[in-house]
Design a protein around this ligand. Structure first.
Ligand code: KG4
Ligand code: ZN
Length: 332
């Protein structure tokens, strides 16, 4: 039995969780900074780092307390060390190092993207690799062939904006504010996804969202200049449908190309209701099993880091106290 503390501070959530054997969540504490960054229309890195410093000890203590264990019962301390905002990552990494050193326990480095994939293991206790996973977040969008718990192959990726970034920018054009994804998702519920035919650029299993973003901006500006008005809900629904179509078609095609039997969703954008139902339907039509974490495990959290940390720990992947925060986007 292994009790792993997972710490996550790569962006705007200060989070910690204790899991047992990777799959059983004993606690999952998330302090979200959304309200702090809302007034600026996006995450301000320096403000995020400072708030992580204020909250990290409180969040870790709460995670251990809610798990009903003592700190010295932990088997390892896992932490997101890349990719992310470097100053934000550094807070989690420093706290994890101090704790691991103080407790005399292994320090386990975790890649944030591996963490997102691992959210599926928590949600679906019987799920095992191989499967193909679409990881779509604010900073990265990849179609991964998950060959084993720690063996990933990139099948496709965005060539420009990440899917979440596209949602956030489209939401800004529609005056919805930050964080754009959930707000646009809500507005789209009352719109017609077939009202406007936005572009759906794909190249092999890669995809691109900057042209789609420009198309939304142009549509809104044209409509405003003509003074005729337009339906914000229709723009939101049509944009969301275009993103979902591209992601679903590429993920399913990529899954078929490697003979996968199952597809999964992960990352903040996996919280999108249109994407979830479109992927579910497409997977069903192709005879693929479909997995998706609940919404609270799609966006950043400590449980996914604890779970990915468990598989690293079992594979003997540990870091020494020279571990540093690494902002660079890497999968392996
Ligand atoms: O994974 P995440 O919490 O943080 C990163 O690792 O980036 O993803 C955050 C991103 C943001 O761009 C946010 O707008 C988007 O996920 N997002 C959504 C939804 N919920 C969060 N996008 C579309 N629909 C949603 N319901
Ligand atoms: Zn994330």
């Amino acid at each position: 039995m292994a009790l792993i503390l997972g710490i996550e501070t790569s962006c705007d959530e200060t989070a910690a969780s204790v899991t047992r054997d990777g799959r059983q969540v004993l606690s999952n504490v998330i302090y979200t900074q959304i309200a702090l960054h809302e007034v600026y229309g996006g995450v301000v890195p320096e403000i995020a780092s400072r708030r992580h410093i204020d909250k990290i000890i409180w969040v870790i203590d709460a995670a251990v307390r809610e798990a009903g264990i003592a700190k010295d019962e932990l088997d390892a301390v896992a932490v997101t060390y890349n990719p992310g905002l470097v100053g934000a990552l550094l807070v989690g990494v420093s706290a994890a190092k101090a704790l691991a050193y103080g407790l005399g326990k292994p320090l386990v480095p975790v890649n944030h993207i591996h963490g997102h994939v691992a959210a599926n293991y928590i949600a679906h206790p019987s799920l095992e690799p191989p499967f193909v996973c679409l990881v779509a977040s604010g900073g990265h969008s990849h179609i991964l062939n998950v060959k084993d718990y720690r063996d990933f192959e990139i099948l496709g990726a965005t060539t420009d904006d990440a899917a979440g970034e596209a949602f956030d920018k489209a939401a800004r054009v529609l005056g919805l504010g930050y964080p754009g994804g959930p707000k646009l998702n809500k507005l789209a519920e009352s719109g017609d996804p077939a009202a406007i035919r936005f572009p759906r650029p794909r190249n092999g299993f890669d995809f691109s969202f900057s042209g789609l973003k420009t198309a939304v901006i142009n549509y809104v500006h044209n409509a405003e200049q003509k003074g005729g008005g337009y339906s914000r809900a229709d723009v939101a629904a049509s944009f969301q449908q275009a993103v979902a179509d591209v992601l679903v078609e590429n993920t399913v095609a990529a899954a078929k190309s490697v003979g996968a039997k199952a597809v999964a969703l992960a990352g903040g954008v996996a919280a999108n209701t249109a994407l979830r139902s479109a992927m579910d339907a497409a997977a069903r039509a192709e005879g693929l099993r479909f997995y998706c974490p609940p919404i609270e495990l799609c966006t950043d959290n400590g449980a996914m880091i604890s779970c990915a940390g468990y598989y690293n720990y079992m594979a003997g992947v540990c870091a020494d106290l020279t571990l540093n925060a690494d902002p660079e986007l890497k999968i392996m």
